[in-house]
Write a protein that binds this ligand. Structure first.
Ligand code: ZN
Length: 145
């Protein structure tokens, strides 16, 4: 056979190239299996869950957004936990807890901040409308007199 590196002929019994010293691949050995890095990928999805969980906590006071990040955090964290990879489980579990806590906080924020704010705004608008109506009523009555 011939050397992969320099191309010179190598007698079949030799394990290194006599010309350049490169190791000769054993033609009978199975081709090295290239793993698609499952560890990195599962870490990635667990990390995505963790990031979404943190975003949910940080953005919990905003209406709407924490529900999206919380849902994504739940999905990614559960996917991360489902993978058979011990290293990513911590991040996935943290992401799951943060997503749930952030979701609960955002529901609390919705009732404590957003809905009272909207209610207050509507009440103020109603008051403005009725005071406008009464002011117009005064104008109208003076006009008719
Ligand atoms: Zn060689």
């Amino acid at each position: 056979m011939y050397c992969n590196k320099c191309g010179s002929y190598i007698p079949s019994k030799r394990t290194v190239c006599s010309n350049c010293g490169a190791p000769v691949p054993d033609p009978n050995a199975p081709a090295p299996v290239v793993e698609p890095e499952p560890e990195k990928r599962s870490n990635g999805i667990a990390l995505a869950g963790l990031i979404m969980g943190i975003l949910t906590i940080v953005l919990c006071w905003l209406p709407g957004i924490p529900f999206i990040t919380g849902l994504l955090g739940l999905i990614f964290s559960i996917a991360g936990l489902a993978k058979k990879n011990a290293r990513s489980k911590g991040a996935a579990a943290a992401g799951l807890i943060l997503s749930i806590a952030g979701g609960a906080l955002s529901v609390f924020a919705l009732f404590a901040i957003t809905i009272p704010g909207v209610t207050k705004y509507l009440a103020a608008a109603e008051e403005a409308k009725s005071s406008y109506a009464s002011a117009m009523g005064v104008v109208w009555r003076n006009w008719m007199r």
